[in-house]
Design a protein around this ligand. Sequence first.
Ligand code: UT7
Length: 325
Amino acid sequence: MDGIRIISTGKALPERKVPNAKMSSYVETSDEWISSRTGIKARYFSEKETSLSLSADAARQALERAGLSSEKIDLCIVATITPDYATPSVSCLLQKELGLREDIPCFDINAACSGFVYALHVAAHMMNGTGSRHALVIGCEQLSRILDLKDRSTCVLFGDGAGACVAERAPGIGICGVLGAQGDRDALHCCGQGRKDPFIRMDGRAVFRFAVTKLEETLRELERCSGVPLEKVDYFACHQANERILRHVQRKMKIPEKKMVTCIADYGNTSGASIPILLDEMACRGLLKKGTKVFAAGFGGGLTYAGIYLEMDRDLPGAEGKETS
Ligand code: UT7
């Protein structure tokens, strides 16, 4: 079975950036509490943007960087828990918006913060099944729509945004990864719009414990199935829920600090969008070069967890003309 590789990335954010200081106008909190407990300094909240507009902007950037027209896309999957409509899905709306071909599968998946990695696995298997070549895989969230701005234990954590990638079926490499679920309503749930309590509710400490345990197990499993020892991995692209979760796992597993890449300070927790936004940041920082080995891992609502091994076969576009680190 062929594997999957990412050939380009893109991202889109709402216009309105909300710094921590602004959150203290909604709830009793402080920049000091938020940044020391989570690493977050700001997030984006949508005003006129929609899940479709954010996804489309991110996807257009990824397509342009891949040098591909929309007719070359054979599959479109959007990972989201905040679609604009229960139906049509964001991916069906994208089919029309981007002019994707009509004879391709377009659907959304819900695996919360693990959604993008779940979607990459689904794309890999579907491309093997159909023999097709290019998938558009997107993570998009508008969590501001399901945030209770009176609940300080959740509203300071989350933000909106979209990340996209063009992924290619990759003969000669296997699909290596982890997908799992540990069903739990109490740790994290959201009834959604139209319900008595439409907002995200979370037992932060319970999810924290799940996250540190599952992230470590997922990275160990990626090490086993890829045959790439941790010390040979160039970067770890993990779900951006809390900088403390990432630093805890990084130190426990003796991973050098700079290899555990973060962008939570600028975006907060964007759930299914966090890993593709991070991959785009990495491409823009010039970190994703030919031969770069990445373990990507997500964890969160469901509860779910997911990991995938990615290896670049080219320098990913996005860093041109910029100083790279
Ligand atoms: O993407 C989905 C996955 N999500 C996650 O992985 C989230 C995992 N959990 C976490 O990241 C952390 O548990 C949180 C950031 C959510 C909370 O951090 P914590 O260190 O676990 O804080 P806590 O919930 O134990 O609360 C500590 C104190 C409490 O006050 P008392 O009881 O000690 O007096 C809270 O009421 O901090 C208080 N608190 C706040 N204070 C100021 C809670 N939220 C805030 C706030 N501002 N926003």
